[in-house]
Design a protein around this ligand. Structure first.
Ligand SMILES: *Cc1c(COP(=O)(O)O)cnc(C)c1O
Length: 378
């Protein structure tokens, strides 16, 4: 099945019993048992719910994995993955991971002695050098936020295999429509489904797909034990979102291409960070492992003052955190998502005061370009 068909026909669709084409929302916490200990596949909705299960089968199909799991947020998903490990285990992580992941590792899981080292995972040598006899996993995010840094997933999978580590990939920015890490050798793939998978800025959710029966059993045990599950209503909204994932990603890609060429020609814009641009450091790797580059773009307008003005003047770009929705969003990483990082460290990373991040939506590209133009020049 090809990707565009898979978003419609992948996993469990509809309802066998009634013929309903849309999976019903099983708004139930518990299930009548036929006899003591004899149930029809479901006993309690933390353990399993048919609507959530249908979603879990679709995401597993989209990522070409063995089993899928749905959580109440991307962070709940990441937390549950980390619970697969034990105290004193060590995880190597991409150095510019999502801020919430950084906080989870450094301020929460550190208290349980789950250790980590941040590494620029775009350099294979740096990853290998960080491996210790306690290392159990490599956790990468690719592309990253807001500089769209790229890690070579296949290369990471080779290192992981050689050292018997699990490779975990945060695939939020690329989406399974453009990039399938399990095919490239990853063991676990996760999403903040709040972003492109939901796609409409109306659900907070997390999804995980694993590549083996053992990991499926282990993660289900954690999901049921820790309990950070996604409710049936939100599961249904994600399935609805997934049906248009292909259409949305194609539309976003096309809009982004046009916006990039506008930005490239604009004198107020210096550096543009987008893996689809040939001069981007990760361009070749991105081209080899993903079939699209996505709708996240960061660009430098030289000063915090101009950046603020642009954010104030745009009409169609909504000033907000988050990303991956039908509506275009705009943000200023230095003062929003990355404000908690000291300025010096931010500048080292390339997150300047004038760096603007946009999440391109599916509006008419002409309107989006006119909007950016008047904001930059007005
Ligand atoms: C948003 C995000 C998360 C966290 O997901 P929530 O749904 O907000 O909990 C994790 N990783 C990436 C790359 C994200 O963008």
């Amino acid at each position: 099945m090809r990707a565009k068909t898979k978003v419609i026909h992948g996993g469990i669709t509809g309802d066998e019993q009634t013929g309903a084409v849309s999976v019903p929302i099983y708004q139930t916490s518990t299930y009548k048992q036929d006899q003591v200990g004899k149930h029809r596949g479901y006993e309690y909705s933390r353990t399993g719910n048919p609507t959530r299960h249908a979603l879990e089968t679709v995401i597993s199909d989209l990522e070409n994995g063995k089993s899928g799991f749905a959580f109440g947020s991307g962070m709940a998903a990441i937390t549950s993955i980390m619970m697969l490990f034990n105290a004193e285990d060590h995880v190597i992580m991409t150095d510019d991971v999502y801020g919430g992941t950084y906080r989870l590792m450094t301020s929460v899981l550190n208290r349980f002695n789950l250790n980590h080292t941040y590494v620029d995972t775009s350099y294979k040598e740096k990853v290998e050098a960080a491996i210790t006899n306690k290392t159990k996993a490599i956790y990468v995010e690719t592309p990253t936020n807001p500089l769209l840094k790229i890690t070579d997933i296949k290369e990471m999978a080779e290192i992981a295999k050689k050292h018997d580590l699990k490779l975990i990939v945060d695939n939020t920015f690329a989406t399974p429509y453009w990039q399938q890490p399990i095919d490239l050798g990853a063991d676990i793939v996760l999403h903040s489904a709040t972003k492109y998978i939901g796609g409409h800025s109306d659900v907070v959710a997390g999804l995980v797909v694993v590549n083996s029966d053992q990991l499926a059993e282990d993660l289900h045990f954690i999901q049921n034990s820790a309990g950070g599950v996604l409710g049936p209503q939100d599961s249904w909204l994600l399935m609805r979102g997934i049906k248009t994932l292909a259409l949305r990603m194609e539309a976003i890609e096309a809009n982004t291409k046009k916006i990039i060429s506008f930005l490239q020609d604009h004198e107020q814009v210096s550096t543009i960070y987008y893996p689809g641009i040939e001069s981007h450091k990760g361009h070749n790797v991105a081209s080899s492992q993903a079939s699209g580059y996505g709708g996240m773009v960061s660009f430098d307008v030289g000063s915090g003052k101009l950046a603020q003005k642009v954010l104030e003047k745009v009409n169609y770009f909504t000033l907000a955190e988050s990303l991956g929705a039908v509506e275009s969003l705009i943000s200023l990483p230095a003062q929003m998502t990355h404000a908690s990082i000291p300025r010096e460290r931010r500048l080292e990373l390339g997150i300047t005061d004038g760096l603007i991040r946009i999440s391109v939506g599916i509006e008419d590209s002409e309107d989006l370009i006119e909007d950016l133009k008047q904001a930059l020049e007005g």
